[in-house]
Every structure is written in structure tokens, then in C-alpha cells.
Design a protein around this ligand. Structure first.
Ligand code: SRM
Ligand code: SF4
Length: 561
């Protein structure tokens, strides 16, 4: 396809666009003053512009919100540290990479790793002086944080649930190839974090992104039915795998999904992606380029709150966007092929793959890996990584799969899981195993309420209600976020909770069990007792009145509750 340097080709003058467009444009391809700000020893943080530009490098400045008020009272600057998000297409990593991630977390990340809802690792609490060592440590094992954030294509997801391992391996490698293709090409990352020399070249530094990159973040994911573990309808661009007797044939393409909304702005909303048609596998990269270039050129660069692709589609119309994509792809979409999903959750415990190897999916509550007295997750997974010869696969539900274990190795891995209390997590209720929460407090600057630190206790209280109604084994998806941005994809959950204020949440009910339907607002700005009261009523009726095999979200929707 024809790729142009957008640096000279914006449809409107820069001063008519939002301030972030000017910042990107003038940043010398994401260099800005980052290198200088890293040297500054007066502040533990960086300047506002570096803070924004570092996101393109996968790094966020944060401060400890638990002590923010106290620091303010003491007239101290906020307790700044940094979060770094690893680029890990498809969530696949090797044991050697795991060991390095673990070592870096112990050296610079307060002894904890966080698995995310897009299948990667986050380090929290890194002090500015340790950032380069962390990024260079990742480089030692061929990992980076490029474009894990920023106005670019983010971490590319791929189904982790190993129903058919040969197909999964092929799709995971395509996710990696697409990720490598769509990340920014600037050398800024190498110069700033690895100390690489500047290379003089007359080639355009960003042949696809130009100087202003995308209007907003852009998310791509691959899914292998019948599992919809990646929640494909929430992606900006989703590829639904179509496979025949000879393996992968191509993809049904979906566009325009997104979760983010704001309580204050009625013009923002979650949106499910639309299926636009089928492409054969040879057209994958051309399709990704075409879709992203349409968003690059038509996306809203004046108002960031309307800049996601979903709003571009709604502003221009799906038919217009689809035709623009086809023109740039050089061919039309074929009619979509049939597909069906059954769930967006993970399947726990041991399973055998089509290659005679074994996979074990471990429940990691809200993705938090740290040692607790009864469950030494960090040490246990380190011990597994030291003997494991296969792969680790992170799931979109913040869990981990110890993948490709040989029959001979399985007993010693089982022994390690038992020793460190790792397998016990599976004993939770079906609700707990289908729950997830975003990070929220104390690190997320946007959090208005607790999520990760509160959800386990709330689940325990809901479990008591489930027990009363004989529903403990009923899988129900429950997702909580500390604000309406939707990082745990709460608007496709059967029960969603999004933070409004400390201890207060919006309650959403009726999402589809396999992520096919948005839920609806059931109560606004309510505390725990009201949430439990509402759930007790609905779950009680569900237990008494549901049809055979009917899911909770479907029941709520059918009964108009
Ligand atoms: Fe997210 C911003 C954490 C997945 C929608 N998200 C943030 C930030 C970086 C806050 C910030 O802007 O400073 C959070 C950092 C918290 C912290 O302390 O770590 C944050 N998002 C996360 C993670 C770690 C949640 C988790 O607990 O796992 C997930 C990291 C994914 C990854 O590995 O890349 C995460 N975020 C998501 C998802 C889910 C997904 O992509 O599948 C969404 C909803 C899908 C979507 O994009 O529409 C999501 N995050 C947002 C938004 C709202 C975007 C919007 O369109 O309005 C923001 C705020 C923003 O961008 O302005 C946000
Ligand atoms: Fe932070 Fe809100 Fe995302 Fe939770 S949903 S991590 S509170 S931005």
C-alpha cells in the first residue's frame, strides 16, 4: 500500500489541533527532553512533556496515592515512581525471560510483578534512577517496552487458551509479526534507553506514523474461536481466526471496539466492534496497515476524548470507513465466515495439547504476583521457570499458563506448584475464577475508587449469596475498575463495577458471557451494602427462575431486570 509521511500532510494546521498533536509533532520523533529529565536529580519525576512522551516508550510516571495528601501537607513533591509495561505480543515468554522479569522486579520493582488484561507484565514503583537499568535488563532477554502505551498500536493480543496448540503457535507468531510491523520505527528508544548512537539517514524516520503518530491509542487482537478470551469486540481491530482442515485460512475482521467512557461526558461510550468481512491470511499485514492508516488520517485530532477509532467510525459511518479500508488494502472484504464463541474466561488446571505436551493454567487473583504467607507466587513461579523447558503464556484474564510441559517434567512442576500453594487458587468459586480487577489505587493516577485491593473481599461477600442460592459453581463474569475507563473490560461483564468515588461504584448488569453484549447501568454511585442488596435480589431470582443453561447476563437481559 501507499504509505506516506504524514508529517507534512495533516488535514488541518497544527495550531487548530489539540495540544498533544503539537507536542508529538515537535518531539523529534519521541525524543523530546526525556534524556535530560532523566539526569535531573532535584525531582524524582520528569517534566509534563517528558511524562507524555515516555508513554510511547511504555513508561508512565505515577505517584503513591496512599501518601499523596500527607506529602502535600508536608509541602513535599508527590512520591514519584514509574510504571513500565513490557511489550509481549500474544503474552508468550520463555522461562529465561521470566527469570529476568522476576529478577528485575526484585531489584527495581518492589518484589512484585503485575499481569495485565492485555497479556503482559507491568513493573510498578521503579525510581527514576533505575529506569535505564530496568529497560536494559529487559533488552538482555530480547524484551522491550516500545509502544506499550502512547498514541500508537499497543500490545497485540492473541488467544492464550490452548485448545489446539499448533494453531495457537501460528497465531502467536502472527501476533508478534504484526506487533513488530506496527510499532514506531524511531530510534529514540534505542538512544535514550540503550545509549545507542544517533544514526544519520535521509530516510523518513517514521514512514507510517509521521510526526504526529495516531490520534489516540490503537489496539489489535487475534482470537481463536470458540474462546473469546481476548474480548475481540473490545479491540479497535480484531482478527477472528478462521481455520480449516489444513490449518489457518484467514480472518473475519472486526473494527471499532472500545471500552472507555467518562461519567461526566455523555458523548463518550463503550462500543462493540463490527464485523466487516473475511480476508485470507496473506492480506493480514495489508489489512492492519489499511485500517490503521484510515484511523491515522480520519481520526479526531482536535478533541482527544473523541479520538479513538470507534468515534471515527461513528462520525464517518461504517460504510465509508469500510470502503476506505478496502481502497487502501487494494481488495474488498469477502463475506464473513461463520464463527461462534462460548466464553471469554480461562480454563484452569492441566490439559493435554495436540502435540502430546501439557499446559497448566494458574489463577492469579487480579494478576498480582507477589509472595503471600500461604501462597508464595513469586518464588513458586521463579522455581518453575528454573526447571521449565516450555513457554509461559499470559492470558487476557490476568492469569498464567505454564505451557508445553513434557510428560517427564510434569511431576516436578506439580510438586513445585504444591510446595508454593500455587494450585490452590483453583479451589475458588466459579465467580472468583471469572473475576478481574484493574490496578487502580495506589498507583493509577485516574483511579477514583479501589479495584485490585478490594475485589477479593467483595467476591467473598458475593460468594456467601451464591452459596445461599446454590450458585457457587455457576460461572459468572465479574469485573471491577477504579474509574470508568474500563481497563478490566467491565462493560462486557455480566456484573460490572466501575469506580465513582472512594467506596462508590456504578453497577452494570447483563453483559454477554462470551463478551458479545454490553451490560446496562443498574445502579449509580452506590456503596457495598447497596451493591450486595441488588445482587442478592437478582441472583435469588436467577436461581429460581432461570431457564436450563441460561447464563446470568442473559437472564438479567431477558427478564428486563
Ligand atoms: Fe488501561 C489508562 C492500566 C487495559 C482503557 N490504564 C490506563 C493507565 C495507564 C492510567 C493512566 O493513563 O495513567 C492505567 C495504569 C494503572 C497502573 O497503575 O498500572 C491503566 N489498562 C491498565 C491495565 C494495567 C489494567 C490491568 O489491571 O490489567 C491494562 C494494561 C493493558 C496492557 O497490557 O496494555 C489496561 N485499558 C485497558 C483496557 C483493556 C484492553 O485494552 O483490553 C482498556 C479498555 C479498552 C479500550 O482501550 O477501550 C483500557 N486505560 C484505558 C483508558 C480509556 C481509553 C479510552 O478510550 O477512553 C485509559 C485512559 C486514557 O487512555 O486516557 C487507560
Ligand atoms: Fe486506572 Fe481507571 Fe484503568 Fe483502573 S480503569 S487502571 S482506575 S484508568
Amino acid at each position: 500500500m501507499d504509505i506516506v509521511d504524514r508529517s507534512t500532510d495533516l488535514s488541518q494546521p497544527l495550531d487548530k489541533l489539540g495540544p498533544d498533536e503539537r507536542l508529538k509533532h515537535d518531539s523529534n520523533h519521541l525524543r523530546g527532553n526525556i534524556a535530560l529529565d532523566l539526569l535531573d536529580r532535584i525531582s524524582a519525576g520528569v517534566g509534563a512533556e517528558s511524562n507524555k512522551l515516555m508513554k510511547f516508550h511504555g513508561i508512565y510516571q505515577q505517584d503513591d496515592r496512599d501518601i499523596r495528601d500527607e506529602r502535600r501537607r508536608q509541602k513535599l513533591e508527590p512520591a514519584y515512581t514509574f510504571m513500565a509495561r513490557v511489550r509481549l505480543p500474544g503474552g508468550v515468554c520463555t522461562p529465561a525471560q521470566w527469570l529476568k522479569l522476576d529478577a528485575l522486579a526484585r531489584a527495581h520493582g518492589c518484589n512484585t510483578l503485575r499481569l495485565t488484561t492485555r497479556q503482559t507484565f507491568q513493573f510498578h514503583w521503579i525510581v527514576k534512577e533505575d529506569l535505564r537499568a530496568t529497560i536494559q535488563g529487559l533488552h538482555d532477554v530480547l524484551l522491550d517496552t516500545v509502544a506499550a502505551c502512547g498514541d500508537d498500536s499497543r500490545g497485540v493480543m492473541a488467544s492464550a487458551d490452548p485448545e489446539d496448540s499448533a494453531l495457537h503457535a501460528e497465531v502467536a507468531s502472527l501476533a508478534k509479526a504484526v506487533s513488530d510491523h506496527v510499532i514506531p520505527k524511531t530510534r529514540a528508544y534505542h538512544e535514550i534507553w540503550y545509549g545507542a548512537d544517533k544514526i544519520a539517514s535521509s530516510d523518513a524516520e517514521e514512514p507510517f506514523y509521521g510526526r504526529t503518530y495516531l490520534p489516540r491509542k490503537f489496539k489489535i487482537g487475534f482470537v481463536i474461536p470458540p474462546s473469546n478470551d481476548i474480548d475481540v469486540y473490545t479491540q479497535d481491530l480484531g482478527f477472528i481466526v478462521v481455520a480449516g482442515a489444513d490449518g489457518l485460512e484467514g480472518f473475519n475482521v472486526v473494527i471499532g471496539g472500545g471500552m472507555g467512557r467518562s461519567d461526566q461526558d455523555a458523548g463518550t461510550y463503550p462500543r462493540l466492534a463490527d464485523v466487516v468481512g473475511f480476508i485470507d491470511k496473506q492480506r493480514l499485514v495489508a489489512c492492519a496497515d489499511a485500517v490503521m492508516s484510515v484511523q491515522r488520517d480520519y481520526g479526531n485530532r482536535v478533541d482527544r476524548s473523541r479520538a479513538r477509532f470507534k468515534y471515527t467510525i461513528d462520525a464517518k459511518g461504517l460504510a465509508f470507513i469500510r470502503t476506505a479500508i478496502e481502497q487502501r488494502m487494494g481488495s474488498a472484504f469477502e463475506p464473513a465466515r461463520p464463527f461462534a464463541f462460548t466464553s471469554n474466561g480461562d480454563r484452569y488446571g492441566w490439559r493435554q495439547t495436540d502435540r502430546g505436551l501439557f499446559n497448566c493454567t494458574l489463577f492469579i487473583q487480579n494478576g498480582r504476583i507477589r509472595d503471600e504467607p500461604d501462597r508464595t507466587l513469586m518464588r513458586g513461579l521463579r522455581a518453575v521457570a528454573a526447571v521449565h523447558t516450555g513457554r509461559f503464556r499470559l492470558t487476557p484474564n490476568q492469569n498464567v499458563i505454564i505451557a508445553d510441559v513434557t510428560r517427564e517434567d510434569r511431576p516436578r512442576i506439580e510438586a513445585l506448584l504444591a510446595k508454593h500453594g500455587l494450585a490452590e487458587g483453583h479451589a475458588g468459586s466459579a465467580l472468583r475464577l471469572n473475576s478481574m480487577a484493574c490496578v487502580a489505587l495506589p498507583t493509577c493516577p485516574l483511579a477514583m475508587a479501589e479495584a485490585e485491593r478490594y475485589l477479593p473481599d467483595l467476591v467473598t461477600k458475593v460468594e456467601a449469596i451464591l452459596a445461599q442460592h446454590g450458585l457457587v459453581d455457576e460461572p459468572i463474569t465479574l469485573r471491577m475498575t477504579g474509574c470508568p475507563n474500563g481497563c478490566a473490560r467491565p462493560y462486557v461483564a455480566e456484573i460490572g463495577l466501575t469506580g465513582r468515588a472512594p467506596g462508590k461504584y456504578n453497577l452494570w448488569l447483563g453483559g454477554g458471557f462470551h463478551g458479545e453484549r454490553l451490560n446496562r447501568l443498574a445502579a449509580e454511585n452506590v456503596g457495598e451494602s447497596r451493591v450486595l442488596e441488588i445482587l442478592a435480589g437478582k441472583l435469588g431470582r436467577y436461581a429460581r427462575e432461570r431457564r436450563t443453561g441460561e447464563r446470568f447476563g442473559d437472564f438479567v437481559t431477558r427478564s428486563g431486570e
